[in-house]
Design a protein around this ligand. Structure first.
Ligand SMILES: [Zn+2]
Length: 650
């Protein structure tokens, strides 16, 4: 024990009061490390070194048994920032807004006079798209650029830990204050595992790199004289499967491999330094602890409780930890709920699981028996604990671009699995345990696709389809890749299969229509688009394509009715107006077409297609001179357009 233990008998407030401060004015640095398993940190017993985390643990309190209520980044972070379980903060999926009903850590600290800033390492925590409401209470929230310059992963989807740390340091240099709250999010241990040299290209390499960035940040704080009196908290948002229970990454299961996270709390003046707390705690306890340590009253509505009594040794009771994941629903599988208490773990699933962690810490021997009194007790605890009732997952409204970013980060970017799974009771859905290998392969394919390694992506998806030929998610991913790479014959096979499995999927029907059009099968294309529009009548792209196909098939009446329908949905839609002019031209109504196009070309003076049409119409009306003029204008516009595309984006 170090000398500081002599002051341990005082409470924190007393120590700070002795310094002549009426309030515990201090700086608070919250560092969340994405995807950090507790058992891959050296001071938690791992063989590889993590010197910065170890040094912080020597100066602080290390909690050996900390659990997150969610293995998903946004849900877990919302809990850390609000001290609430997911059913209260509302962030049960990407893009779901953080409920305004409760104040966040940043809001509570700012209301107390703190200046506040957040520095995030991945676009999934961008408050403008996938994490709405996360910026509440922050004076500055370091979102990603709206129009990234680079196509590369870095600074478009992710920032390396050192970039996040540098952003925070620059901000701190420019914003001196007696009380500052900074949240740093280091995304690096999340896959793909690609740390900068000289770190090994592995999960442990990413952990070592994140640790080095933490070391850099702590050295900066020491240099600036900010470390000594500050509170520094390091927490993992969730772990990583690394193949345990056949889960490669995280999100599907609720085993300790993805819910057990490291938690280190360094108090001002290294109070209670080098202390280890073995009682089970939760990430819902972080906000009340911060408020307690900062001398701010803790709202009664929080799900968690301050950890100070465990730190001071005045309490030694473990805290029940619940967890939930709706992520499996995105693949059409059942959501999971769990409770961990007194060395037992119960997981509610189509095939429920029960583990005695005293004898089976790796959760390998499922001892579930419905009549077991412990099972019954844990099941009752789970019901009382306020986890979300199992329900169909859904996202907030996000753009197609944002969904692409989600896929690029390895998360399934659509939610139609759940809505088209038409079962009244989610527990009737397949057990994720029976499908985890498929999910690993689909995840691999998403990462390969982001790197444009399409043959690797195809290979992974074909393997997934060997495991489950009816995997709708795998077929969706595969058909999207074939569409993207213009392999229309292959795409056609998968889309036909998808439509057999789910005849009510309007998107699959539309995609099949596009593919059949590309393949020149106009009759089949028309049937597919008709089917898609019967399911979802307000699709502008489907009606425009159908109009074009009808026109190509010389069915001008049907074409016109599709273009008219688009104008009902979107008055002024240029493509539809152009379509109607083309219909007039096809029907030999040259004067009508000419008057429409002259009018349209005035309003759309930069559209080369418009001038092509105009040239064609002039030619038909015998005005060769005007036709040549319009054609020349169209080529000039095209040249200008291609030049501006070549220019670097500034
Ligand atoms: Zn995460």
């Amino acid at each position: 024990m170090r000398a500081v233990s002599l002051v341990s008998i005082f409470c924190l407030a007393t120590v700070l009061a002795l310094e002549g401060q009426s309030k515990n004015r201090t700086h608070i640095f919250l560092i969340t490390v994405d995807t950090l398993r507790a058992d891959h940190v050296h001071c938690y017993g791992y063989l590889k070194s993590t010197p910065a985390l170890d040094a912080l643990a020597a100066d602080g309190v290390r909690f050996t048994e900390t659990f997150t209520p969610s293995p998903i980044t946004n849900t877990s972070h919302a809990t850390i920032l609000t001290g609430l379980l997911p059913n209260l903060h509302g962030v049960t999926d990407f893009a779901k807004p953080l409920s305004t009903a409760h104040q966040t850590m940043a809001e509570l600290l700012r209301a107390d006079g703190y200046q506040t800033a957040a520095f995030i390492g991945a676009i999934i925590l961008d408050s403008r798209t996938l994490a709405p409401g996360f910026d509440r209470g922050f004076d500055f929230y370091d979102n990603f650029p709206e129009h990234p310059l680079a196509k590369a992963r870095w600074n478009r989807l992710e920032r390396r830990a050192m970039t996040v740390v540098q952003h925070a340091q620059s901000w701190l240099n420019a914003h001196a204050s007696p009380a500052t709250f900074i949240w740093l999010h280091l995304y690096d241990p999340h896959d793909p595992y690609e740390p900068p040299a000289p770190f090994p290209q592995s999960y442990d390499g990413e952990v070592a790199y994140a640790d080095s960035a933490i070391g850099n940040f702590l050295a900066y704080l020491k240099n600036k004289g900010l470390y000594e009196s500050s509170i520094v908290i390091v927490i993992g948002d969730h772990g990583e499967g690394l193949g345990e229970h056949h889960e490669d990454t995280h999100g599907i299961f609720l085993y300790d491999s993805t819910t057990h996270v490291p938690l280190i709390v360094k108090l001002p003046h290294q109070l209670y330094g080098n202390r280890v707390v073995d009682e089970q705690v939760r990430t819902i306890d972080i906000l009340p602890t911060v408020l307690d340590a900062a001398g701010i009253s803790v709202p009664h509505s929080l799900s968690g409780r301050t950890l100070m009594p465990l730190i001071t040794g005045t309490d030694s009771t473990e805290r029940m930890a619940v967890a939930e994941t709706d992520y499996p629903v995105r693949f059409g599988w059942a959501p999971l709920r769990s409770v961990r208490s007194e060395g037992f773990k119960f997981i509610e699933a189509p095939r429920p699981e029960f583990y005695d962690l005293h004898s089976d810490p790796a959760e390998l021997k499922n001892k579930y028996e419905p009549w077991s009194p412990t099972v019954q007790r844990l099941r009752a605890l789970l019901t009382q604990a306020g986890v979300n009732p199992v329900a169909e997952a859904s996202t907030g409204s996000v753009s197609e671009n944002t969904l692409e970013e989600l896929r690029a980060l390895g998360y399934l970017g659509s939610t139609d699995q759940a809505s088209s799974t038409k079962v009244s009771e989610p527990s009737l859905l397949p057990d994720p345990k029976d499908h985890i290998e498929e999910q690993n392969l689909m995840h691999l394919a998403m990462m390969a696709e982001e790197d444009s390694r399409f043959s690797d992506a195809r290979l992974a998806l074909r393997k997934a389809l060997l495991l489950n030929p009816e995997s709708y998610s795998a077929l969706q991913q595969l058909s999207a890749i074939e569409l993207q790479t213009h392999q229309y014959t292959e795409a056609e096979v998968h889309l036909k299969h998808m439509r057999l499995i789910r005849p009510d999927d309007a998107v699959a029907a539309f995609d099949e229509g596009s593919v059949e059009d590309k393949l020149g099968n106009l009759r089949v294309a028309r049937q597919a688009l008709d089917a898609s529009l019967r399911l979802a009548p307000n699709q502008v792209p489907a009606r425009l394509l159908l109009g074009d196909i009808c026109l190509s098939s010389k069915d001008t009446q049907a074409a016109e009715s599709q273009f008219e329908a688009v104008l009902q949905l979107q008055p002024g839609n240029v493509a539809a107006q152009l379509g109607i002019a083309r219909v007039s031209l096809a029907e030999g109504k040259i004067t009508a077409a000419l008057s429409m196009l002259t009018e349209l070309s005035r309003e759309n003076a930069t559209n080369p297609e418009m001038f092509d049409m105009l040239a064609q119409t002039y030619r038909r009306s015998g005005r060769g001179d005007l036709a040549a003029q319009a054609q020349k204008h169209a080529s000039l516009l095209r040249k200008h357009k291609s030049r501006s595309l070549e220019e670097p984006r500034l």
